[in-house]
Write a protein that binds this ligand. Structure first.
Ligand SMILES: Nc1ncnc2c1ncn2[C@@H]1O[C@H](COP(=O)(O)OP(=O)(O)O)[C@@H](O)[C@H]1O
Ligand SMILES: [Mg+2]
Ligand SMILES: [Zn+2]
Length: 556
């Protein structure tokens, strides 16, 4: 059996037409050769595995080939002459490849300069390909610059680098620069599909799409991943096998865990996650695939088509659709938020397995988070106050509209035996004269005079300077008359109400009510914060606790 040649090497493009992508670079170089307008120095920049070295060799071959031809597929070297064959075999004395990373010193460059003076051993051009050129030392760059300033006419330099910003401007200015682009996923998929066909491999398109995506723009990486998948699953490349071999957790495991979550079966979710963990799967990857499938479930729930990024088979999509039926949309979204927020904790934690387990339990029991009842029972500060909180991402609180104190008071007028107080008076008029009552609420009443002792007692109410506009309101004729009448009715005899502004008026009824409400809210807030369910929800959602409203009376 012959030695296995890795696909990236076996499938190195031999001609311009075999290059995937890089259209502008390829066209410009072909034109330059045809027009015989070849620069003395080229700079190829771009990330790894996108064709820089391949194109440098194809270009060198075409420049030197005496039988170069131009056809429908563009410019082509013959691949048959001694020069073409030597270059293909990597032993041409006139095409010299130098690794700039290991030959980065000034001596190496001096040697190149010496060597470059001599004419090529055959043909008219001598080509130096210096890879990783950014690794050269400053002295080496200076030496190189001297050569570039007065290059022997038979010499062509091609520099390649992933880090062009590290190259001195003096060098850059003497090169024709080409910025290579990452290869798109669909271009990669097209190429590896060709490779599979030529290699006699049977591959599911979805598997190749997954590989193309995983390669992140690098054709070399795509071919290396394909090697890895072949080593794992042999001549038949399935989506499932591909997922497993490149460390993407299998869809069946993911769907199983998701079913445990959505079916409120935390133990199922835990044991499947544990199995994946024992098989050596990365827990962050696992969480990510759960998120992706849940995303699919949410789309299924709203009737969307399977999203392309999921690469699901038709059967898998059916399973996802069935899972989506297990919960209302709202809950699916909340579970999505929990997982999405939790994935960082999984990857950051020194104990990712524990974090993931808790996360799974949270998700599988997410209805507890959504229901307000559980919160209400443990968090209500007093027996009479109802409290409801919705654990949406911005953990805001919702409540039924609170009954105002007024509504309650108006239904409960003071009984006959009750002592007649200023507060009682204000409440008694609220129903029929709400505006007047509201104005009076901002007043502070001194002790009521002994009504039995004085004929026409004068009664002073105070307003603070801030509330002086209330005083002005009360000075209006209509209010005054009302006030006198109503006071007489309530207290059983005429009373002169005097309205004054004072600096230290004291606490008005309105101020007192506000203060008491604040205290209640603070109690409620504390209770909510100390509630373990809310705290967990907050930790998971990362939300803020919104304003709390107290429902007076019995909780709904
Ligand atoms: N644009 C491309 N078209 C086709 N194959 C490519 C392309 N880029 C890279 N490859 C594949 O990846 C391998 C490495 O490419 P290479 O040209 O050495 O990349 P670079 O020099 O940019 O790192 C090649 O042998 C080939 O199999
Ligand atoms: Mg290279
Ligand atoms: Zn040739």
């Amino acid at each position: 059996m012959s030695a296995y040649v890795v696909l990236a090497r076996k499938w190195r493009p031999a001609q311009f037409k075999d290059i995937v992508g890089q259209g502008p670079v390829v066209r410009t170089l072909m034109n330059a050769i045809q027009a015989q307008r070849i620069h003395q120095a080229y700079l190829f920049t771009g990330s790894r595995g996108i064709g820089k070295t391949s194109i440098a060799r194809i270009f060198a071959k075409a420049v030197r080939c005496p039988n170069v031809s131009v056809g429908e597929a563009g410019l082509q070297s013959c691949d048959n002459c001694p020069s073409c064959r030597e270059i293909a075999a990597g032993n041409s004395v006139d095409v010299i490849e130098i690794d700039g990373a290991s030959n980065n010193g000034v001596d190496a460059i001096r040697e190149i300069r010496e060597n470059a003076k001599y004419l090529p051993s055959s043909g008219t051009r001598k080509i130096y390909i210096i890879d990783e050129v950014h690794m050269l030392t400053t002295a080496a760059f200076n030496a190189l610059l001297k050569t570039l300033e007065e290059p022997p006419s038979h010499v062509i330099f091609i520099f390649a680098t992933t880090e062009p910003h590290k190259i001195p401007a003096t060098i850059l200015s003497r090169c024709q620069r080409f910025d290579f682009k990452r290869v798109t996923a669909s271009q990669i998929q097209g190429r590896i599909t060709e490779v599979c066909t030529a290699e006699g491999l049977k591959a599911e398109p979805a598997a190749l799409a997954l590989i193309a995506r995983a390669a992140e723009g690098s054709m070399r990486d795509a071919l290396s991943i394909l090697d890895q998948v072949i080593a794992f699953s042999g001549q038949k490349i399935s989506l499932e096998g591909t997922r497993e071999s490149i460390g993407v957790i299998g869809s069946q495991a993911t769907l199983g865990i998701l079913k445990g979550i959505l079916g409120r079966a935390p133990l199922d979710a835990l044991s499947l996650a544990n199995a994946a963990y024992e098989q050596g799967h990365d827990l962050k990857v696992l969480t990510r695939s759960l998120i992706e499938f849940l995303y699919g479930a949410i789309l299924a729930k709203v009737g969307a088509q399977p999203p392309a990024v999921l690469e699901t088979s038709a059967d898998e999509w059916k399973e996802i659709q069935a899972l989506a039926e297990l919960r209302p949309l709202e809950e699916l979204e909340i579970i999505f938020q929990v997982l999405h927020h939790g994935i960082d904790s999984v990857s950051r934690s020194s104990q990712p397995k524990i974090v993931l387990d808790i996360l799974l339990i949270k998700c599988a029991t997410a209805d507890v988070l959504i229901s307000a009842d559980a919160v209400q029972q443990t968090a209500a500060p007093t027996g009479s106050s109802g409290l409801k909180t919705a654990t949406t991402p911005s953990v805001s609180t919702a409540t039924k509209p609170a009954k105002t104190q007024a509504e309650q008071a108006s239904t409960a007028p003071p009984a006959a035996a009750t002592p007649r107080t200023w507060e009682g008076f204000v409440e008694s008029i609220r129903k029929n004269k709400p505006m007047l009552a509201t104005a009076l609420e901002y007043s502070v009443a001194a002790e009521l005079p002994d009504l039995t002792q004085v004929q026409a007692p004068v009664f002073k109410i105070h307003f603070s300077a801030d509330d002086s506009y209330k005083r002005d309101q009360l000075q209006a004729r209509a209010y005054r008359d009302d006030l006198d009448h109503l006071a007489k009715d309530y207290f059983g005899r005429p009373i002169v109400v005097q309205v004054v502004i004072s600096e230290n008026a004291g606490e008005s009824m309105a101020a007192k009510r506000d203060r008491e409400r604040k205290i209640k809210e603070n109690h409620a807030r504390e209770a909510v914060f100390s509630n373990p369910i809310i705290r967990e929800a907050q930790a998971l959602f990362g939300g803020e606790l919104g304003p709390i409203e107290i429902t007076e009376g019995n909780a709904p």
